[in-house]
Every structure is written in structure tokens, then in C-alpha cells.
Design a protein around this ligand. Sequence first.
Ligand SMILES: NC(=O)c1ccc[n+]([C@@H]2O[C@H](COP(=O)([O-])OP(=O)(O)OC[C@H]3O[C@@H](n4cnc5c(N)ncnc54)[C@H](OP(=O)(O)O)[C@@H]3O)[C@@H](O)[C@H]2O)c1
Length: 330
Amino acid sequence: MPGPNPTEGLTMRAVGITRFGSPGELTPITVPRPAPLPTEVLVRVHAAGVNPLDWRTRAGLPTPAATALGAPPHILGWDVSGVVEQTGAGEFLFAPGDEVFGLLWLPRPAGAYAEFATAPSRQFARKPAAIGHDHAAAIPLAGLTAWHALTDIAALQPGQRVLIHAAGGGVGHLAVQLARHLGAHVTATASGAKHDWLRDLGAAEVIDYRATPFEKVAHDIDIVLDLVGMAQPDTAPRSLDVLRPGGLFIGIAPRRPDGFADRAASAGIRLAPEPLVEPDGHGLAELARLVDAGELSVHLDRVFPLDQAAQAHAHAENGATGKTVLRIAD
Ligand SMILES: NC(=O)c1ccc[n+]([C@@H]2O[C@H](COP(=O)([O-])OP(=O)(O)OC[C@H]3O[C@@H](n4cnc5c(N)ncnc54)[C@H](OP(=O)(O)O)[C@@H]3O)[C@@H](O)[C@H]2O)c1
């Protein structure tokens, strides 16, 4: 027989939507506090990261999460950093008081824009000691996207030449550092104002995609990581011109025009299946180790209080430099 639920009758602050639409649909609400099931942990959320997935889902656009979410009401958000409040039966990785961060439940709803969230313990890792909750909440989805692409998909080897498109974004600036850490020669595309920053993060070459076609500079590339996707649909086909035969194209949310696969095949270029990021506590533990070793840093653009989630979405949607975060507790 399950024991009494210690969170029964308790409520929490959250931000939800009752219909898809503009950032103004994000509304402060009070909802029941969740309780951890066996093998889960209940986390008091200190900060929640904002990703393009969040605002695209809020706007009612097709996203990997849209099917699982169904019709509103919803509490959005998948990235959290916080403190373990309570553990479920059989859970043995964490104890109350531990500081953890995680990408939760994706593509199912996680309800991260709230004071508490529950998820299986293995979706969390210990928060890097070197950074606070605001920075830690900015890492999971973007960091795991970059890490899975460069390690699991590309099996990146030292000395390989990597071209990262949209290197100035939330995923891109982490991918630059991770590729550099893995020993790659990194070429990055970004708007001009971000070039010094990206060089400091480890890019050997930076191309202003607005001023110079990247194929005039990049050549003999082993791996293209295209994070531009739908923002610039010709980035994927033009990338085939800079990859060496046997090279690998990884497109995160790319728009692949007709004939793209045939052109790649005839040039001897491999196309990775489009990846979708997923929860991965082990991957996060590796990212946390790199943060604490000074090998990886996340750039926060702005931090908003939870009740300003609408402003946070509007800000992120209009092109932040780095990550946007909601602070829920100090
Ligand atoms: N499938 C998945 O699992 C998954 C996971 C994470 C993200 N994503 C997708 O991946 C994309 C990137 O995510 P994100 O979080 O990094 O987004 P983000 O933080 O909004 O960054 C996007 C960046 O794209 C840059 N950009 C726009 N047009 C460009 C171009 N033509 N060439 C080079 N850079 C360009 C912009 O920087 P500048 O100032 O330099 O223009 C901007 O910083 C989004 O579409 C997101 O939905 C998919």
C-alpha cells in the first residue's frame, strides 16, 4: 500500500497557457504541487531555462512536444535547476538537499515553469558546483543537443574540421566549446558582433554569414552541424559544397530541399538522421564535469522572474545572445 502523499493539499506557483498564441498567453497560476512516484525526485525549482522549443510550442507551431502535449492548458518548460525536496520509493541517486539540474521528460510535458517539478532520478545530474542555478538551468536542452550531436552521432575525433552554423545561439555557443574540447578545428558562422566572443570560446575561424558566403572560406570540412534550420533554408544545400567526400552533415531542424539527399549521395557525403534531444543524466554529468573543469561556460543573455515569463519569451523569440532563464527561487 502506498504511504500518505506528503504533498497532498499543497499548492505551488506556476505559469501556464490556456490557449496557444502570443507571449501574453503566459499567465501566473496556482496549481497542486506534484509528488514523486517511485524512482522519481521532487525538485524545488530555482530556475527554468527558456528554449526555442518553449516559445514555438506556446505559439502553437509544430514541435517534437506538440503531439504529447495535446490541447492546452499546459505548463511549459523542460530545463530546470534546483534542490531535491523529496525522493520517491526506490530512488537512491539523490537525497533531499542535493543541488541538481536536468532536461525533464521531453517530448512529454515537464511543467518546468513552476516552483516544483518531478521526474525520474536518471533525468537529473548534480549541478556543477562552479555555477549557480540560473546558469545551470540554461544548459540541459542546449548542451545535450550539442553533446549528443558531436559525440553519439558524429563520434568526433581530434583534428577533425567542424563547421557550426548558428554558432552564436544557445546550442551553437556550447557546441563550439564542446567541439574544441574534443580536439576539433572549429569554423563558426554568426553575425559580426559575436565574432570575438566565439573566438574566445574556441572557434579558429568565424564567418559573418551576412557579409561572406561561408563556402568562400570553409573547405574540406569533416562535420557540418547546422543549427540554422528553418531560419535560412539554403544553409543545408550550400553546406554540401564545403564537406569533403565521406564527411557528415547533421541538421538540427533543417529544411532539406528536393534533391538534397541525391546530391549528398553523389558527393559521397553522409546525412545523419535528424536528431531530437532527449533526457540524459549521464550526459549532463559529463557536461557538469566540463563546467567545473573550466572547459564549458554558458552565456546568459537575461534572467527574468517567473511572473515575467511573457517578457522572457518575447525576448528569446526576438533573438537573444545566448540563453534566457526564468528565476523562480533565490
Ligand atoms: N531537434 C532538437 O532536438 C533541437 C534541440 C535544440 C534546438 N533545436 C533547434 O535548433 C535551432 C537553434 O536552437 P538555439 O537554442 O541555439 O536557438 P537560438 O538561441 O535562438 O539561436 C539561433 C541563432 O541562429 C543564428 N542565426 C540565424 N540565422 C543564421 C544564419 N543564416 N547563419 C548563421 N547563424 C544564424 C542567430 O545568431 P546571429 O546573431 O549570429 O544571427 C541566433 O543566435 C532552433 O531552430 C531550435 O528549435 C532543435
